[in-house]
Design a protein around this ligand. Sequence first.
Ligand SMILES: [Zn+2]
Length: 459
Amino acid sequence: MRTLPIFVVSLLLLSEILVAQDFVVRDAATKKNLIDSITFYALEHQNGYQMLKELCALGTRVSGSKSSYESIVWAKKKMEDLGFDKVWLQPVKVPRWERGNIESCILRSKPLKVKESLHVGALGGSIAANNITGKVIEVSSFEELQSRANDVAGKIVFFNIPFDQKTSVTFSSYGKLGKYRYLGAAEAARYGAIAVLIRSLPSRLDTVPHVGVMGYRDSIKQIPAAAVSTIDANRLSEILKRDPEAEVLFNQNCRNLSDTLSYNVIGEMTGTDTSLGILVSSGHIDAWDKGTGAHDDGAGCMHAIESVILFKQLGLKPRHTLRTVLFMNEENGSRGAEAYAKSIDSDKQKHVAAIESDRGGFTPLGFTVDKDSASIQRMQSLLPLMENCNIFYIKKGGAGVDVGRMKNVPYLIGFVPDSQRYFDVHHSGNDIIDAVNPRELELGSAAISSLLYLLDTCL
Ligand SMILES: [Zn+2]
């Protein structure tokens, strides 16, 4: 092991002492009053909720779709009207996939005299299914699929893995299931399957398919993939137990098209000292098309816009430049995040922190920070100031899919609301404006705005 020269050690110690000045809260009472006024203003005016209503009224927002362009135009004009100093579109090439208008899956069992429709939805990126008829093999893991490899050829593989209810952290249960949705088709096709049905990933029983992105592998044949609602998944499983020869007839006319031009929408409020750099507040403007992406991630977009504009509404002049970034294409490619991260590196734009809201518009709980424990500990000194906007913890954790791409930004932060109801709506027809509670949404905007304020004063 090499020893560091003494002056390098001294420099390191000095920089540690300087860094340790971060998050020293001066004038705590004044700051707390100010944060309270941010919260009260957001709750009283509910501007974010009104904006979310407008966004959701435009329809669905799959990358490259007509209504995704309408939402880009809407967001740009909204930020201009609200008085951002600068608003612009950042071009980005996105993959394009269309759902089509046919999604049908009929379950048939002659001995049981069953002929029923199952609620299915094509997974994003899937190819079409033209009158695919086959017996169904139900599996509960990739390991089981592999152990029954000789029984798969010519059949439809049904991945029936229920949501793990034994944790309060619903994202960890969801995380365990994501691989079946994303890789299920490729894994099943490896053994000769003709299609896959994936049990929808939500935490509760309902009759709507919860969709999401899937992917193929270059060397493996592409087969169609769809999500089946949780109630229909239970029904299919029950019928298969009684009649293993039961069949389904499966049709969907979704299709992949060539990449197309789209945009990130960016708005900026110029800081009083631009040398300090930029603080980002972000969400993603694309959404799956079964609902209108009210929680995922319309709510995050409203948080991103409102958290910045609350400064203007309260007459606050930030020292850092505050930037709202609405990323395109988080759901099926993260191309918007990739383009943004590349641009800030190549243009040498100094970013100090980036916050992402992509966990719905529910009651705030805390923030996760992708950073070393010592820095996080220092950030925790901010907590007493944020209790009125319902922020109870700052802890180590991932910041989010989009801001996670910015490798050189010192503070990457994820907004964490309560997640018990998120997967009831996630990627489904349930994700509509009626599923959003205005007060919960506004508390989120207030929490993020308060953190921006504290980062602005402390960094
Ligand atoms: Zn999302």
